[in-house]
Each structure stands twice: as structure tokens, then as C-alpha cells.
Design a protein around this ligand. Structure first.
Ligand code: AMP
Ligand code: MG
Length: 342
């Protein structure tokens, strides 16, 4: 029912992009790639199209959408971008993975469903940009997954989530970042990082050293929901957990002494990627792969500040920050803790 189109070029007059733009103009839903994750796009100025996005995703009505625009000039249709801080952040990070929460204009409050504020960002993905030009509309686009599921980072994953619920999927390959945008609230002083993402707190602080960390659920409704749980049992290992204990954990979960009570924990895969960006790029795809295998994913968290650590901790059934925590957990659940005894 849903068609997958592969643009031949990231140009507004590419046939696939023109067809997607026409669909959006008519109030339809189109999944498109961005540099963060795939977005489920709709005309941000059309209340019925917005309602259809909530329907397709099964998204809680109080979790607002991010509006995608080409640039700051376009953003002015939906948000008040006149503050010096809005200009500074947009000039430094747009196009890119930073969403700014700003006062909504009358048009902007259509997408934010009557809220006084609206989140906006200019994506850098060439297909997203071409689509914005071709449609000539601001596009409301949350991640293209059913609510509570991992964000899709490929067209196949988006189809697995939304087949039959959207008209078209534009296939632009796999997303560069693999996790969602940072959400920065500029309607409070000092600005507040509601959701860590593609731009780190440290880098935001280069523009304004007063940016405060951490969201609160009242201001960023999205952070209230336990995303991605329970897809597969996920164990997050902090950087202080030794390689040796990580290996033993895999052995205990997966080896001849496999002991876990639940079937879902039958096999374990330890994912150790070289850089934090690589962990982020693969995390959601790893979750999906292992979901197919009914396996446990063990992810080693990066030892640098990176939003993927927040995502993994939030999705994890268990998070361990020391060898002692791992061994205590295993002892508590193992009839014979032989695999960990010297
Ligand atoms: P998603 O597009 O699914 O990645 O989620 C968008 C995120 O931005 C969610 O965490 C929302 O709660 C947050 N968000 C969107 N609009 C606003 C807003 N007006 N105020 C605060 N947070 C927002
Ligand atoms: Mg989402």
C-alpha cells in the first residue's frame, strides 16, 4: 500500500521528490530521510494532516511535533525567530541536528496544536532540503516509527513501522547520525537542553555558556515516555565496566551455562563499536536486528559526552556502571554463579 520511491537526484524537480511534494501539498503523509533519523512528514499548516500524523504513529496527543524548514526565513512563518539567541543558534547549527523551541506564530500553533511554543529545525539532508523546496511548505515531521518504537534509520525500517499508514517513503539510504536532534528551549532563560541529540551540550555552550542541561517532563513531553522499551532486553555497560567482565556477561547469558529464566534472553550480542558516533549510527538498527533474533543486546557506552549514552540508558532494561554491579546482578539471578567465580 505504501510506495517506496528512490530519488535519482536530491533536486526539487526529481520525479520522486516532485511526487512526494504533491502528496504533502494534498495533505498526505510522506516519510523522508534526514541526517538524524527518518521523519514522518506532513504539511505543518494543515490541521488534518497533523492529526493524521498522530494517528499513523499512535503518538500521545500531548507530545508535540518538530517542524522542519529550509532556513531561518522560513522558520519565521511558524515561529518568532527575532530573538538574538534564535539567530545565533540557527546561524551556527542550521542546517543540522538542532531543534529550537520558540514562541509559535498563529500558523505555527497549527503544528503545535495550540501550544504557545513550537519546535523548529532546518535539516541538512539533501533529500529533505529538496523536498522542503519542492513542497514549499513547513513540514511537521516526528520520527517515522510507531510511538514507543525505535526511530527508523533506513527506509526499510520506516516501512516496517508504517507500511499501509503513509502514502510514500522516500528512500535516501541510511541516516548519518542515527539518533534524533537535540531539542533546545529558547523560550526560557537560560536556554535549556530538553533532549540531548546530534549537537552536544558542550558545543551548544560554545554559543551560550549558560545553556542548562536536562529536560523536565512538563516542558518536553517527549522525555516522559520510556522510548524503545521493551523491544529487546538491552544491557547498557558504562565505560568503567572492564572488557573482561563484559565478556563474562556474554558468556553467562549466551554460553553453555546459559541460565536466564526468560526465553527472550537466550542469546546475547555484545556490541562494541569504536567511536561514539558509530554506536549512535547503529544503535536503533542493532535493536531491530536483535528483535528479530529474540536476543539480548549488550551495548558498551562511550566514554565521551554523547547523546547515544542517554538513548541507550533510557532504552536499557539494566545499566551497569561498574564491574561490581555486573557481578552482583549475575549472582542475584544465577543458581550457580560458576561462570564468574575464579
Ligand atoms: P520526535 O520528533 O519524535 O523525535 O520528538 C520531538 C521531540 O521534541 C519530543 O521530545 C517533543 O516533546 C519535543 N518537542 C516538540 N515540540 C516541542 C515544544 N513546543 N516544546 C517542548 N518540546 C517540544
Ligand atoms: Mg520520536
Amino acid at each position: 500500500m505504501t510506495r517506496r520511491l528512490v530519488p535519482r537526484s536530491a533536486e526539487p524537480d526529481d520525479p520522486a521528490i516532485r511526487e512526494a511534494a504533491a502528496c504533502l501539498q494534498a495533505g498526505g503523509l510522506v516519510v523522508f530521510p534526514t541526517e538524524t533519523v527518518y521523519g514522518l512528514g506532513a504539511d505543518a499548516t494543515n490541521a488534518r494532516a497533523i492529526a493524521a500524523v498522530y494517528d499513523a504513529k499512535g503518538r500521545p496527543a500531548d507530545n508535540p511535533l518538530i517542524v522542519h524548514v529550509r532556513d531561518l526565513d522560513d522558520a519565521a512563518q511558524v515561529a518568532d525567530v527575532s530573538s538574538p539567541s534564535a539567530r545565533r543558534f540557527a546561524e551556527r547549527f542550521w542546517p543540522g541536528p538542532l531543534s529550537l523551541v520558540l514562541p509559535a506564530t498563529a500558523l505555527g500553533s497549527v503544528a503545535s496544536r495550540g501550544r504557545p511554543t513550537v519546535a523548529v529545525r532546518a535539516p541538512s539532508h539533501p533529500i529533505a532540503r529538496a523536498l522542503l523546496v519542492a513542497a514549499g511548505l513547513p513540514l511537521a515531521a516526528p520520527s517515522a516509527n510507531r510511538s514507543g518504537r525505535p526511530s527508523p534509520t533506513t527506509a526499510e525500517h520506516a516501512l516496517a513501522e508504517l507500511d499501509g499508514r503513509v502514502a510514500l517513503v522516500l528512500d535516501g539510504g541510511s541516516c548519518r547520525f542515527g539518533i534524533e536532534s537535540s531539542v533546545l528551549d529558547l523560550t526560557v532563560d537560560p536556554p535549556r537542553l530538553l533532549r540531548p541529540g546530534g549537537v552536544s551540550l558542550a558545543v551548544l555552550r560554545q554559543v551560550d555558556p549558560h545553556v542548562s542541561p536536562g529536560g523536565d517532563a512538563a516542558r518536553s513531553p517527549g522525555t516522559r515516555y520510556a522510548h524503545y522499551q521493551p523491544i529487546v532486553p538491552l544491557i547498557a555497560l558504562g565505560p568503567a565496566v572492564s572488557a573482561e567482565v563484559a565478556e563474562r556477561l556474554v558468556l553467562v547469558l549466551d554460553g553453555p551455562d546459559a541460565w536466564m529464566g526468560t526465553r527472550a534472553m537466550g542469546t546475547a550480542t555484545l556490541v562494541e563499536r569504536v567511536t561514539a558516533d558509530a554506536v549512535a549510527h547503529h544503535l536503533y538498527a542493532d535493536l531491530r536486528d536483535l528483535e528479530q533474533d529474540h536476543a539480548t543486546l549488550i551495548v558498551r557506552l562511550p566514554d565521551v559526552e554523547h547523546a547515544v549514552a542517554e538513548r541507550a540508558r533510557r532504552a536499557a532494561s539494566w545499566t551497569f556502571d561498574s564491574d561490581d554491579e555486573v557481578t552482583a546482578w549475575i549472582r542475584a539471578r544465577t543458581p550457580r554463579s560458576s561462570a564468574l567465580e575464579p
